[in-house]
Ligand binder design. Structure first.
Ligand code: DON
Length: 344
């Protein structure tokens, strides 16, 4: 926070302008942020735990040694270590931005009423979770969420447009705005997942049967598969996280991608369901809304302070990048990123 006193026309007005446009980290200097990033990179670079996802065959071929960390503050400064240029598929991290787009266009209640905002406590592609929750059709409110596959495919189906192409342009457009640059689909990943996504097709059909998807579940599954194949690097992901940290405004382009008032709803779902069945454990240690993808990326958001992303493909049993979880937790704790910690 910067305090500026001004004197206009020689008259001492004693106006104190409190600027909130600093780096968002209070007393932390740029050197402190870079030091925390470098320390985490050095500490976890040699860690050999976890395994690339292989249920999508193309993901097994990605270099497991790829490791990049990026932090972006609301003033648009980027801090990084390792490889922040190589692209991986965004995978489930796209679920955040498609959910955000639906919320932006149709309001917070749209997602709450059609899909729900409750954690399932189950794996991301659990079919038992679909059977275990109350449905839209029939009694009660839905108890799914847009960050597990059934809710995410449903959220994609909610994006409006006359043709699949029109819907896609909106989905990729929102991702581009959050990243601050035009992104592309990684065609090898898209093909590999399209050839092997029978489970998601079953999920899409079930969601239609239960009324979460209104029509054309095949289109929803295809567009969902495409959004999961968007190529991003660690810097893109950190910029997307920072857009959420800065109240929906991309810190570099200055574009207001979503209304600030709607961002807390997005962050709440990330906090409760972003790391799937390990979301509670993650929140317990970091306090940060976050989202993982089986491509190896994780984003996390410290509101008003920073967006952070790590890319490292080897995953743990829950489908979350091992190095990314550890690096983000260390950096955030070093920077006082946990929003539950009271500042004196
Ligand atoms: O639908 C799938 O299985 C993938 N496209 C995305 C899953 C995913 O990223 C789960 N993340 N941890």
């Amino acid at each position: 926070m910067t305090i500026i006193t001004r004197s206009v026309l020689g008259v001492a007005l004693g106006v104190a302008v409190v600027s909130l446009s600093g780096n968002g980290l209070g007393a932390q200097s740029a050197a402190d942020v870079q030091k925390a990033v470098d320390a985490a990179y050095a500490k976890y670079r040699g860690l050999q735990e976890g395994k690339n996802a292989d249920y999508i065959p193309a993901l097994a071929k990605v270099d497991p040694n790829l490791f990049g960390i990026a932090v972006v503050t609301p003033d648009g400064k980027v801090y990084s270590a390792g490889d922040i240029k190589t692209e991986v598929s965004i995978q489930s991290i796209s679920k955040v931005f498609t959910m955000a787009q639906v919320i932006q266009e149709q309001g917070l209640e749209s997602v709450e009423q059609r899909i729900g905002v409750d954690a399932t406590g189950a794996r991301f592609n659990s079919i038992i979770a679909i059977e275990g929750v109350r449905t839209v059709v029939g009694t009660g409110a839905p108890e799914m969420n847009p960050l597990v596959n059934p809710g995410a495919i449903s959220a994609t189906s909610m994006v409006t447009g006359k043709t699949a192409d029109e819907v896609w342009k909106k989905i990729i457009g929102f991702h581009n705005d959050a990243a601050g640059r035009p992104l592309n689909v990684l065609q090898d990943i898209y093909k590999s997942e399209s050839d092997t996504n029978q489970r998601n097709q079953a999920i899409g059909a079930l969601m239609l049967a239960y009324g979460y998807i209104k029509d054309n579940w095949q289109q929803a599954v295809d567009l969902y598969t495409r959004q999961c194949s968007i190529g991003v690097n660690a810097k893109d992901l950190a910029m997307m996280a920072a857009t959420l940290a800065a109240g929906g405004k991309n810190p570099v382009t200055g574009k207001q991608v979503m209304d600030a008032a709607k961002v807390p709803g997005v962050l709440a779902v990330m906090a409760t369901a972003g790391l799937y069945d390990d979301s509670g454990k993650w929140l317990y240690h970091t306090g940060l809304p976050a989202k993982s993808g089986v491509g190896g990326g994780i984003i996390a958001v410290s509101p008003g302070k920073f967006g952070i992303a790590v890319v490292s493909p080897p995953l743990d049993d829950a489908g979350n990048s091992v190095r990314a979880q550890k690096a983000i937790a260390d950096i955030s704790n070093a920077l006082g990123g946990n929003p539950y910690v009271a500042k004196p």
